[in-house]
Design a binder for this molecule. Structure first.
Ligand code: S3P
Length: 171
C-alpha cells in the first residue's frame, strides 16, 4: 500500500490533517519534523540556529531515506522537502504526493502564533517572505500528484478531501 505524503507550505495544515487522515484510514502517522527533532534531540529552530538551513536539510534527507520506504503510512513532510531531488524520488517511489495550498493571507494568519518557531519566516516582513518563498517553491510543489486548496476548509474537511482524492489515485 502506497504512502500518502502531505507536502506544501508552512501553515497549510499538513500535520493536523495528516493526523486525522491516519486515524480515519487506520494507518501509522509520521510527522517528519517531529521525527527529525526526536532523532536530533533538538527542536527544528535549534537545528537551524546551530547548523543553518543546510544542516537541517541534511537531517531531513536522512529522515526521508529512512521513513519513505516503509509502506502504508501517512507522512506529513516539512514545507521544503521537495526542494531536494532525491527526496522527491524517494517519496514518489512509494507514495502519493498531496500538496496542500493556501493563500498568503491564510498562511500568515495560521503561522502568526508559531512565528518564533519558524526560522524561515524571521525578519520584519513575514508576508513578503511568504510570497517570496511561495514563488521560489512553485516548481517543486507542482511535482505533487494532486493539490488541495485548504484556504476555506476546516481540518476535518481537508482530511476528507485527502482521503477522497488519494483514494481515487489508488484506483
Ligand atoms: C520548512 C518548514 C517547516 C520545517 C522547517 C523548514 C520549510 O515545516 O520543516 O522549518 O522549508 O518550509 P512545516 O512546513 O511543517 O511547518
Amino acid at each position: 500500500m502506497k504512502n500518502i505524503v502531505l507536502v506544501g507550505f508552512m501553515g497549510t495544515g499538513k500535520s493536523a490533517a495528516g493526523r486525522l487522515v491516519a486515524q480515519r484510514l487506520k494507518r501509522p502517522f509520521v510527522d517528519l519534523d517531529r521525527w527529525i527533532e526526536k532523532k536530533a534531540g533538538r527542536a527544528v529552530a535549534q537545528i537551524f540556529a546551530d547548523s543553518q538551513e543546510a544542516g537541517f536539510r541534511k537531517l531531513e534527507q536522512e529522515a526521508v531515506e529512512e521513513v519513505a520506504p516503509k509502506p502504508g503510512q501517512v507522512i506529513a513532510a516539512g514545507g521544503g522537502v521537495l526542494l531536494d531531488e532525491e527526496n522527491v524520488k524517494r517519496l514518489k517511489a512509494n507514495g502519493i504526493l498531496v500538496c496542500l495550498t493556501a493563500t498568503t493571507e491564510v498562511i500568515l494568519k495560521r503561522t502568526l502564533a508559531t512565528l518564533p518557531h519558524r526560522p524561515l519566516l524571521q525578519g520584519p516582513r513575514p508576508q513578503e517572505r511568504i510570497e517570496e518563498l511561495l514563488a521560489l517553491r512553485a516548481p517543486s510543489y507542482a511535482l505533487a500528484d494532486l493539490t488541495i486548496d485548504t484556504s476555506g476548509l476546516t481540518v476535518k474537511e481537508v482530511a476528507e478531501e485527502i482521503v477522497k482524492k488519494a483514494g481515487e489515485k489508488h484506483e
